[in-house]
Design a protein around this ligand. Structure first.
Ligand SMILES: Cc1cc2nc3c(=O)[nH]c(=O)nc-3n(C[C@H](O)[C@H](O)[C@H](O)COP(=O)(O)O)c2cc1C
Length: 421
């Protein structure tokens, strides 16, 4: 649910006023395309729907027309009132083409370059990105012919939203269910995002609050929800970066298109970050690793009756971001409750960061657990930018705007603390 909220912020920003050509084919999952069309319209898109003849056996064109307030195209030879060569016009005005659900049949026809109906003609004629969200019986999906067709289409730049595993309409179990509408929307927004300014860059993001075990049941933790880190990972992915998200336990689902490494403790996070950062261009430390951990961890549950009082002896954890060396941009976070700029600037210098994102956790709707954040960005050249209260997805893009500028400006901390060579 949280994840969808992030996705929705991105979707709305990316999709507003864009034209989406939604192709619907003859799958039992065709009814889900009505929901997809509805969400696209809610996000402000102009949605042209093209149905194959078989699709009309499953859902009526009227369902789509009622939602999109535009004619639904089902017949290549039906001349519209404002005549233009419709398949070319549809193909040209689309900013993105998405076929959901995509049958084994349309996949095969597209792979072969067949253009025998409005949808296949439009796909051949478009220069927009084309996204396929297949849905079919598991055996049809696993069939080598289908897989070879998909490989061929991928190689030609078609984007896929893979089907998911679960109970199928045919009564069997396996891979073949249409991906969730929110995942399809995510891929659409990715395809629409004009910015690819992090293409070729490897970005490592940490998220969440680590948990330091006391015994097999209890732990020392903190209030970090992971939302800011996840928003950053998704934003970097949308800007074409190769993203690794190293996250402490959170209630959030893995973002699609991101390599996710799940850890529990600060020491585990340190190891995972050291590995990932060795080949990264950017490290964004949005996690809240516990500063201290219990000196000793009990192997069995400490019984309440076994002790009249319990003293917890804590030892300091390493400071992960300070330990990372190499030629990469380092972005840290500072959650402060007073003297925001002064404390954050001191942290930036002490840890040899390129940028620090400071937030006052006492502000309403900002900091832990919220969907919004009010932050001040401070870079190593002393530039301070106070941002208004924004959704975390937008804060993420503001941070990445800075990262892109820092990447193109080159190292700012050259030689400092021996970090850059
Ligand atoms: C009840 C029913 C459900 C079907 N569901 C699917 C499906 O989920 N995926 C698929 O690839 N084909 C499915 N088919 C077969 C397609 O409808 C058939 O291959 C058709 O030729 C697809 O045409 P189109 O790709 O032009 O829409 C189904 C057929 C029936 C009768």
């Amino acid at each position: 649910m949280w994840r969808f909220r992030y996705v929705w912020d991105n979707i709305e920003a990316m999709i507003r006023n864009k034209t989406v050509l939604l192709g619907v084919t003859g799958s039992i999952a065709a009814y889900k395309a009505v929901d997809l069309a509805s969400k696209l319209v809610q996000a402000g898109a102009n949605v042209d729907v093209v149905m194959t003849r078989c699709a009309t056996e499953f859902v009526t064109p009227l369902s789509f027309t009622s939602i999109t307030h535009r004619p639904t195209v089902t017949d290549m030879f039906e001349v519209p009132d404002d005549f233009e060569i419709e398949h070319i016009a549809l193909a040209q005005r689309a900013n993105v083409v998405v076929i959901a659900p995509a049958t084994a049949n349309i996949i095969a026809r597209l792979a072969a370059g067949i253009a025998d109906d409005m949808l296949t003609c439009a796909v051949l004629a478009t220069r927009a990105p084309v996204i396929l969200a297949p849905a079919m019986n598991v055996n049809m999906w696993e069939n080598r012919i289908t897989q070879e067709n998909l490989t061929r289409l991928r190689a030609r730049g078609f984007k896929m939203v893979e089907p998911v595993t679960g109970p199928l309409a045919c009564g069997s179990q396996g891979k073949g269910r249409l991906a969730d509408v929110e995942d399809i929307l995510t891929v659409i927004s990715q395809a629409l995002r004009a910015k690819t300014d992090l293409a070729g860059k490897r970005v490592v993001v940490s998220a969440g609050g680590t948990q330091e075990p006391i015994d097999p049941v209890r732990y020392v933790g903190n209030r970090s929800s992971g939302k800011m880190g996840f928003a950053l990972a998704e934003a970097a992915r949308d800007r074409a970066a190769e993203v690794t998200l190293i996250t402490a336990p959170t209630a959030l689902d893995d973002p699609i298109g991101v390599t996710v490494v799940r850890v529990d403790t600060t020491l585990q996070m340190r190891d995972a970050i050291a590995r990932a950062a060795a080949r990264a261009d950017v490290l964004i430390m949005a996690a809240a690793p516990a500063d201290f951990r219990p000196a000793a961890v009990s192997g069995s549950k400490i019984k309440k009756e076994s002790t009249a009082r319990m003293d917890l002896h804590l030892v300091p954890n390493p400071d992960i971001i300070s330990e990372v060396r190499g030629n990469l941009i380092k972005v840290g976070f500072a959650a402060e409750s007073e003297d925001l700029v002064r404390n954050a600037t001191a942290k930036l210098k002490k840890k040899s960061l390129d940028l620090i994102v400071a937030n006052n956790i006492t502000e309403a709707q900002s900091g832990f657990g919220t969907d919004t954040n009010k932050v001040t960005l401070i870079d190593s050249r002393g530039k301070i930018e106070a941002l208004p209260l924004l959704p975390k997805s937008e804060v993420a893009h503001k941070v990445l705007d800075k990262v892109v500028a820092l990447l193109s400006a080159g190292p700012t901390n050259q030689g400092r603390n021996g970090r850059r060579k």
